[in-house]
Design a protein around this ligand. Structure first.
Ligand code: IPE
Ligand code: IPE
Ligand code: MG
Length: 262
């Protein structure tokens, strides 16, 4: 990696510096772009789908870690609108993996108080996968220990366009006054209206971009990029990200208290 790219990364920190204390700010909502499965596999001369399977094992572990660390919302980017452009063999391997993983995990997720929901263009998914997603959502609807949002066939632009269309339809049908369209109305028309905005976005795999993830919701999210490939992401990596987050100053456009005359 070149020095130029390194400039955009967090500086290396000693492990004690990453530690959080009981009163350090903690993110309630963590969103993750789980990138690097393909490169992880390529580095081992394995096919890409093996990397995706390794990535799935990390998700299992991550859900447990999120519960332990009292993260209330976890949003995972599993498959983007643009990922449909990948070779058919990879897309079908991923779809098969989603189906198997959901079937296998639903009991454990439910037992652990996880409420699961999905965001994305479901009409592009197979009927069996859609059915399983709906069943899982219904079955886990009463849980509230951790809310796990999985973005499949999701794009931030798709979400905004879908919301705009819903509002236009309501206005055209006379159910809504166009003058009443504001941020709150648009948010209500989006995929998961009651999901708070992410406090922290983690992207693994070394790319420093959003790749059409939650464009609306990331407006004031703290961004954290790491070169670690998703299948290598573990508790220490999560804690490093949480440690960095705890030392960020979130101002939301205002000034830091005490800095008014600086
Ligand atoms: C992320 O890993 C998983 C999905 C996009 C489904 P990639 O498959 O993008 O892995 P790289 O970026 O090629 O290493
Ligand atoms: C983003 O990763 C999407 C997911 C992790 C699901 P990509 O690998 O698709 O992103 P780009 O193509 O490098 O921007
Ligand atoms: Mg990638």
């Amino acid at each position: 990696m070149s020095n130029v790219r390194r400039l955009y990364r967090e500086p290396a920190i000693a492990s004690h510096e990453g530690a959080t204390t009981a009163d350090s700010p903690k993110p309630k909502h963590v969103a993750i772009v789980m990138d690097g499965n393909g490169r992880w596999a390529a580095g081992r001369r394995l096919p890409r789908h093996v990397g995706h399977r390794a990535g799935y094992r990390v998700v299992r572990n991550l859900v447990r870690l999120a519960i332990e660390r009292d993260i209330r919302h976890l949003t995972l980017f599993a498959f983007s609108s643009e990922n449909w452009k990948r070779p058919e063999i990879e897309v079908s391997a991923l779809m098969k993996l989603f189906l198997q993983a959901l079937r296998r995990e639903v009991n454990d997720l439910d037992d652990n108080g996880v409420k699961l929901d999905f965001l994305g263009a479901r009409e592009r998914l197979s009927a069996p996968l859609r059915k399983l997603m709906e069943e899982t959502e219904t079955r886990t609807a009463g849980n509230d220990r951790l809310r796990l949002h999985v973005a499949v066939s999701f794009g931030g632009r798709w979400d905004i366009v879908s919301a705009a269309r819903r509002l236009s339809e309501a206005a055209a049908a006379g159910r809504m006054d166009p003058a009443s369209v504001d941020e709150a109305a648009l948010r209500r028309a989006m995929s998961l209206p009651d999901m708070p905005d992410p406090d922290l976005l983690i992207r693994t795999g070394g790319e420093c971009r959003i790749s059409n993830f939650l464009l609306w919701n990331l407006a004031y999210t703290e961004l954290y990029f790491t070169d670690v490939l998703w299948p290598d992401f573990d508790a220490a990596q999560l804690d490093a990200a949480l440690g960095i987050f705890s030392r960020r100053h979130r101002r939301f456009g205002t000034v830091t208290a005490g800095a008014e005359h600086a």
